[in-house]
Write a protein that binds this ligand. Structure first.
Ligand code: PLP
Length: 396
């Protein structure tokens, strides 16, 4: 058995790399693999995510250096581990939440509620009431119904409208479910005026793992157009929230945060200083800090196709592959590479993480699987389905 793991999906030159100068060669970081070896010496009983909080710190600092005007509010959903959250608090990040459970995590860590932005555009009245009671001030919305709901719970709540932004080139698109079209915003502005609501901001999301900086330019331009409408209606816009989406290196080329910053900083030049500019990075802060480790529980051949079953699948945290996100996956085997279907351990047919992905042909039960840059949206997605244990988070 080889002592060094083998990376199968080294970056291949793709048409994208050739066509685009948006991608640059700024080095991206990764958790040093020797830490994974050390962690395994302490034993293995279930899948785990190993996180190096120093990398989280470095990513926050790099983000702030690249976009000095943009205050980062971490999207808790990406990885809500308390030790990760503490690190982010120490680095001066604010937070974005989707639920009151996420709010409670932050309050437990003594985060001031005013630093928490409730960016889920559709919330129950009870959740809004709870958040208001705890001191949350800012709430997202993207419908007239939500505006009325928010106004009825707290007449003077500070509100920001989520608008549609292009998700072109994003590996995990978020368009369609949320975000108002330009023509729909007029109704929100009119209703805010009628209700005397404090509609004071605009947000958008370019899609997660967004590899196209132009989406941010389009989002910011769209926000400026909404600001204009707001001012004409007598509202006082003072928040621009440019959302999440900042990508990390897996196997496809990405623009560095510095490349994205060139576009964002340029687009922000004529945004008045009276407007607070914030962002909601999730993946960018935590992905690179983690290796996800799991194990092969069995192999089989079905209709001539090789299948490999891992102790973590779609329900165990390896979910983003189902929408085409591709990780750099390593093993200790060095055999000839052949295509495998990769499934999780549960009895559900949807628990198939990858199809026709190349791995060594000599993979067998007990082999470890090491998924690089997997600190975001892995443990956060995991469930106990079929009685399999949740992956643990180990922090170094
Ligand atoms: C409202 C909102 N903000 C921020 C994020 C974080 O996005 P990312 O992890 O791509 O930075 C998400 C992700 O789903 C989101 O829904």
């Amino acid at each position: 058995m080889a002592v060094r793991p083998v990376a199968f999906r080294k970056q291949q030159p793709t048409p994208e790399t050739e066509q685009s100068q948006l991608f640059d060669t700024h080095p991206e970081v990764r958790l040093d693999f020797s830490h994974v070896r050390d962690a395994l010496k302490q034993g293995y009983s279930k899948p785990f995510l190993l996180i190096d909080t120093d990398i989280v710190r470095a990513k926050v600092r790099r983000f702030k250096a690249a976009m000095p005007r943009v205050h980062p509010h971490y999207a808790v959903k990406a990885n809500p581990d308390l030790r990760v959250l503490k690190t982010l608090i120490e680095e001066g990040a604010g937070f974005e939440i989707a639920s009151i459970a996420e709010l409670d995590l932050l309050l437990k860590l003594k985060v001031p509620a005013a630093e928490v932005y409730y960016s889920n555009p559709v919330k129950s009245s009870d959740s809004i009431r709870y958040a208001v009671g705890k001191g949350v001030e800012w709430f997202a919305l993207d419908s007239v119904e939500e505006l009325r709901k928010l106004a009825s719970v707290k007449a003077d709540a500070k509100l920001y409208v989520r608008i549609e932004a292009p998700n072109v080139g994003s590996d995990w698109p978020l368009a369609g479910k949320f975000g108002m079209k330009a023509a729909e915003v007029d109704a929100i502005v009119a209703e805010a005026v009628a209700l005397k609501a404090d509609l004071a901001g605009v947000t958008f999301h370019v899609g997660s793992q967004c590899r196209n900086p132009e989406n941010w330019r389009a989002g910011i331009q769209g926000a400026k157009r909404v600001f204009k409408k707001m001012r004409l209606a007598g509202l006082k816009p003072r928040l621009l929230n440019i959302g999440g989406g900042y990508p990390v290196r897996h196997v496809k080329p990405i623009p560095s945060i510095e490349k994205i910053a060139e576009v964002v900083n340029h687009a922000l030049r004529d945004v008045p200083q009276s407007v607070l500019v914030m962002a909601e990075p999730g993946r960018y802060f935590v992905s690179d800090a983690g290796f996800f480790v799991c194990r092969v529980v069995g192999t089989a051949t079905r209709s001539g196709k090789r299948w490999m079953y891992w102790d973590a699948g779609v329900f165990g945290g390896i979910l983003e592959t189902t929408e085409g996100l591709r990780y750099d996956v390593l093993t200790d085997r060095t055999g000839k590479l052949i295509p495998w279907n990769i499934a999780g351990p549960t009895c559900d047919a949807v628990d198939v993480c990858m199809r026709d992905e190349v791995f060594p042909e000599d993979m067998e039960e007990g082999d470890f699987i090491y998924i690089a840059n997997a600190g975001a949206y892995t443990t956060a997605y995991a469930s106990n389905f079929n009685g399999f244990p949740l992956p643990e988070v180990r922090v170094i």
